[in-house]
Design a protein around this ligand. Structure first.
Ligand code: NAG
Ligand code: NAG
Ligand code: NAG
Length: 518
């Protein structure tokens, strides 16, 4: 072979490597069972309810995993706001969601149902300046930085020797020294360059790994040095071989709020797992709110200044975003606008980019004043003693009124199955009207069409790429006892179907796949 041929062979091998979806980091694999592909964040559910949900719904309906709210001991604040969970007091597993025994039982039962567990891990900091007792009864004093439940003392925190601001607060989020060595909104900032701090945090993560979790969301990753995280990784066990192949590394996805510019970049974390790609929800919301035409979604992904697909975790909504703590109320899409949430989630689940996560919320009375939700602090539904209420699903799949259960909405759980069935099939048969109507197939497995053209009905013959048959429209119904409970889409011999979508109706998209066909 001539020298040039070796070079060509080299490039062919590199290209093959990327085509196969091999990722840069051993920490970017979610370890889903089978063809499962979607994570749901069950915000502040009790562990006993989550275990039951795995067996009765998430397993059978094809969900791949659950993101838990933080599970370790945290501050108890007046009125029990949700954000008290993000103020750790110790690494004991005990909160209003349950204790360590309930946690272990849940992890085991969910794994048995084919559903993975990912824990939201808060490693950057401990509490704010107050003093009190945590959810396990450990006393703490944020002023003197004493956390005997770990134990951590003042030497385990960043101070003036490493944080350049006079009040020890972060003022410039684009300055790495400040963002990572100073305090995020007053929260006591742990010094993860310390071998002792690393050891304590690795012990906590290893306890979770040994119990059978598949990985972690790392809260506030942007505020931790990648090198410190790498040192902590070096102390971690492989995943529990009762559920995972030997030498499996935990899946880690990082909260790095980055929209471009000079700040700390998502790409600094992709060798350590996936980055939560914040461009994604914002660009998608811009499109669905008619600030940018739907037709442009044809190249949605890396081409829009996002990290490569295999390095990304994406969402439409999160516990922060629905409260305007990330992004902007009015742009962010959530259950307060169900029609928009359904179509946004449908596009995300139909589109082959990133690992996808859907939000499952509890109700609170949103009250917007001057662009802020003054009730955004409200904690989960609970009784007069502060015990979190159980989720009690109805026969029609809805939940009791306190819990929104977006993940159980037909249009959303049907699109979870769509994504599982579409698998790694490429986007084919892209069609658009040059504006706000689009359609595409995922190989010969699934097809979706969306119409957001204001006041217009899409009515035309489109190529679906699918075999001839009668398909159930997953938006209006399901396949039940060999029949569609909603409308039917007829695909002819050549793969064409007549599609009708009225953008003003509740159902502004149509989706079909080969497993809901009669
Ligand atoms: C990005 O989009 C442009 C315009 O559609 C296209 O020419 C280019 O090939 C795309 N690049 C990638 C990496 O997809
Ligand atoms: C993949 O997932 C779907 C829905 O989640 C399921 O019905 C189907 O049987 C699965 N297919 C394979 C090949 O495992
Ligand atoms: C589209 O839906 C809207 C709202 O349901 C309805 O008022 C309108 O008549 C429908 N248009 C057509 C052409 O069916």
């Amino acid at each position: 072979m001539a020298f040039n041929s070796y070079i060509l062979l080299f490039f062919a091998l590199v290209a093959a490597h990327f085509r196969c979806g091999l990722t840069n980091s051993p920490y970017s694999h979610p370890h889903f069972a089978g063809n499962r592909s979607v994570i749901v964040h069950l915000m502040q559910w009790k562990f006993v309810d989550i275990a039951a949900e795995c067996e009765r719904f998430l397993g059978p309906f094809g969900y791949g995993g659950i993101q838990l709210s933080p599970v370790n001991e945290h501050a108890v604040l007046g009125n029990r706001p949700w954000y008290e969970l993000y103020q750790p007091v110790s690494y004991r597993i005990i909160s209003r969601s349950g204790n360590e025994a309930e946690f272990k039982d849940m992890v085991h039962r969910c794994n048995k149902a084919g559903v993975r567990i990912y824990v939201d891990a808060v490693l950057n900091h401990m509490t704010g300046a107050q003093e009190g007792s945590g959810t396990a009864g450990s006393h703490y004093n944020g002023n003197s930085m004493q956390y005997p439940g770990v134990p951590f003392g003042p030497n385990d925190f960043h101070g003036h020797e490493s944080c350049p601001t006079s009040d020890l607060e972060i003022h410039n989020y684009d300055n790495a020294q400040e963002a990572r060595n100073c305090r995020l909104s007053g929260l006591r900032d742990l010094k993860q360059s310390s071998e002792y701090v690393r050891t304590k945090q690795a012990e906590f993560l290893n306890k979770l790994i040994d119990a059978g979790v598949a990985g972690f969301r790392f809260d506030a990753s942007k505020h931790m040095w990648p090198g410190d995280l790498e040192a902590i990784y070096g102390k971690l066990h492989s995943l529990n071989t009762a559920y995972f192949p030997s030498n499996s590394k935990p899946f880690v996805y990082h909260e790095v709020i980055y929209y471009g510019g000079n700040g700390i970049k998502s790409s600094e974390y992709t060798r350590l797992g996936r980055a939560i790609e914040f461009h994604y929800y914002r660009e998608l919301a811009n499109v669905l709110r008619h600030h940018n035409q739907l037709k442009w979604l044809k190249t949605f992904g890396q081409n829009w200044s996002m990290v490569p697909s295999d390095d990304a975790l994406v969402m439409v909504d999160s516990h922060d975003m629905q409260r305007g703590h990330t992004g902007t109320l009015g742009l962010n899409i959530n259950f307060f606008e169900p029609k928009l949430l359904k179509v946004a989630t449908a596009f995300m689940l139909a589109w082959p980019y990133g690992v996808t996560r859907v939000m499952s919320s509890y109700h609170w009375n949103q009250k917007i004043q001057n662009g802020h939700d003054v009730n955004d602090w409200m904690g989960p539904p609970s009784d007069s003693h502060g015990n979190i209420l159980s989720v009690k699903p109805n026969a029609d799949l809805t939940c009791n009124k306190e819990w929104v259960c977006e993940h159980r909405w037909r249009q959303i759980h049907n699109m979870v199955a769509f994504r599982n069935i579409a698998g790694s099939e490429p986007v084919t048969h892209w069609w658009d009207n040059g504006d706000y109507e689009i359609a595409c197939s995922r190989g010969n497995k699934a097809f979706i069409a969306l119409n957001l053209q204001p006041g217009q009905t899409l009515h035309r013959t489109l190529q679906t790429g699918l075999p001839k048959g009668e398909y159930c429209d997953l938006v209006t119904g399901n396949l039940k006892d060999g029949k569609c409970t909603g409308s039917t889409v007829h695909v002819d011999q050549s793969g064409n179907a007549e599609i009708t979508i009225n953008s003003s109706s509740d159902d502004d998209f149509v989706a079909i796949h080969v497993h809901a066909k009669h």
